[in-house]
Design a protein around this ligand. Structure first.
Ligand code: HEM
Length: 176
C-alpha cells in the first residue's frame, strides 16, 4: 500500500506497511491536534476559578471542581490518543529494531515527539490527577482551591512548553 505523505512525522523515514487503516491514524492525529485547544481553555479556566475561589474563600465544590474535572477528562482522552499515536510512531519508525530506534533518537525533531513531548505530557496529566485528588481530600476549602490552582498551573505550563508549536522551527507542527 502506498503511504500518503500527510502524516510526515508519524511516518517519518518509514518503509513499513501501515498496521492500521490510514483514515484512522489521520483522524486520531487531527483529533489529538485539535483537542489541545479544548485542554488549554479548560486548564486556564480551572486555574483561574480555583485562584478566584481561593482568594475569596469560596467553595471548591462548585465551578472550580466542575472545570477541574472537565479539564482532567479532556487530558485523559488526549492521553489515550497520544498512546495510540506513540505506539504507531515507534512501530512505523523503527519496525521494533534496536538499530533503527537508536538512529531515530539521534534526530532531534523525531526525539522531541517520541520522548520529550510524550514524557512531559504524561507527567502533566499525572499532576492534573494529583491536584484533583488532593483538592477532593483537602481538609479545608482554601487548601482544596490551592491544590487545584498549583497543580493545574504547573501542568498548564508544562503542556504549553511541550506542544509542538509551529514557531518551534523544524520540531514544530501546524496550528491545527
Ligand atoms: C495534554 C496532552 C497533549 C497535548 C496537548 C498534545 C498535543 C499534540 C499536538 C498539538 C501534536 C501535533 C499534532 C499534529 O501534527 O497536527 C501532537 C503529536 C503527537 N503526540 Fe501529543 N499531546 C499530548 C499528549 C500526548 C501524550 C501523553 C503522548 C504519548 C503518550 C503523545 C504523543 C504524540 C505523538 C506520538 C505525536 C506525533 C504525531 C505525529 O506528528 O506524527 N501526546 N501532540
Amino acid at each position: 500500500m502506498e503511504i500518503p505523505h500527510v502524516l510526515p512525522v508519524l511516518l517519518f523515514g518509514s518503509d513499513e506497511k501501515l498496521p492500521a487503516p490510514y483514515g484512522l491514524l489521520s483522524a486520531v492525529l487531527h483529533a489529538h491536534s485539535g483537542v489541545r485547544y479544548l485542554i488549554l481553555i479548560g486548564l486556564i479556566a480551572a486555574v483561574f476559578l480555583a485562584f478566584n475561589a481561593m482568594r475569596k474563600d469560596q467553595a471548591w465544590d462548585g465551578s472550580p471542581k466542575r472545570l477541574g474535572r472537565l479539564a482532567m477528562i479532556l487530558a485523559d482522552i488526549q492521553l489515550l490518543m497520544g498512546i495510540f499515536l506513540w505506539v504507531y510512531f515507534i512501530y512505523l519508525n523503527t519496525g521494533l529494531k534496536m538499530k533503527r530506534l537508536k538512529d531515530m533518537l539521534g534526530m532531534q525533531e523525531v526525539r522531541f515527539m517520541a520522548v520529550e513531548h510524550a514524557v512531559m505530557m504524561f507527567i502533566a496529566i499525572v499532576l492534573i490527577h494529583i491536584g484533583y485528588i488532593r483538592a477532593k481530600k483537602a481538609p479545608s476549602v482554601r487548601q482544596a482551591n490551592k491544590s487545584q490552582f498549583l497543580f493545574y498551573l504547573i501542568a498548564l505550563i508544562m503542556i504549553l512548553v511541550a506542544i509542538p508549536w509551529p514557531f518551534y522551527g523544524h520540531m514544530g507542527r501546524g496550528w491545527f
